[in-house]
Design a protein around this ligand. Sequence first.
Ligand SMILES: *Cc1c(COP(=O)(O)O)cnc(C)c1O
Length: 378
Amino acid sequence: MTNTRSSNTHLKGTSPELIVDLGAVVDNYKILKALTSGALNSCECSGVVKANAYGMGKNRVAQALWEEGCKTFFVALASEGVELRFFLPQAKIFVLSPYLVLDCDLLKAHNLVPCLYDIEGIELWIAAHSSPAPAALHFETGINRLGLSARNMETLLSDKEKRGQLDIKLVMSHLSSGDEQQSRHNPEQLEAFKTIRAEFPDAPASLANTGGILLGTEYHFDLVRPGIGLYGHDPHYYENNHSRLKTVATFRAPLAQIKHLKAGSAVGYGATELGTDTEIGVILCGYADGVMRAFFRHETKEGHKVSLNGFSTPMLGRVSMDMITIDLTDVPSDAYNKGDMVEIFGPNSLVENAAAMAGTSAYELFTRVSDRTVRKYV
Ligand SMILES: *Cc1c(COP(=O)(O)O)cnc(C)c1O
């Protein structure tokens, strides 16, 4: 009945897991760094580890990058910077979304450099210092999120005293469309950024996220800020149908029950009806772990294809909080057993396909993997 020989070799587990390949993170760092530092080019490659390193675990990721020679890190919140500081006492840590009204003391106490985006924040940060205040200036060039406007820049340039009270560690901006190779917004933002950085000739300049790095050397300036690329998603994957980066994350969960259902039976909330006799596998992970409900379309019965011991097979039935169901009908019955781990996304079931099915991005899927899911490092 069961093929014990093959099932013994299968991966087993009791709860959902996110396997993080730190070697692949480091390899991706090397790949991106190699693109940005040539003989003619002395560009620094930082690491963006906001949102718990896109769900991968920022302390472990940052430690691995640090050991590889990465000295500069970006987080979103001051609180993330405080946590990271504990692990990396020597690193340069920039905070992308500081709230200076409340964060000044925390930033100062932990030697975190805020990316300042308005005059109020600049004034508060200066007021908190008796010597020039270390800061990045984040300029707006077209994404219209956090960023100093052209008007703010004029204010700053005309106010020599204020300018002198800042120790400008970085002049930066952010691309709206770095993931679209042909977007007109990229060259437009590039030109706008060149004009801005020319006003601050002594400060290092930074424009590129992962997408920007892959757009070409003219986007690199003095420092690049890759995030998603470190975690294995090539932002031009959909355009090139090919990834230049290594898979880092494997999200998998155990097969807990197998059942043979007759045609006309139903499965899951909303009772998705089965047209034919169907072998169903119940897997221990659900939307509370980050499996999006949009991975299964009840109306058309289309499901994201997961991978079980090398076999690709679709989800069938709505995603519950703690469970999903998959269609095992076309998987040979001696190829799996209870307790085997099913890959929701990873090297065999690409996160890009899962994201396309759910109408979202690899970014969202990575950061949605919840705390309940155990992180394991290889
Ligand atoms: C998140 C972020 C990055 C990293 O972007 P990726 O697309 O993940 O490489 C870089 N810069 C800023 C300002 C960001 O907010």
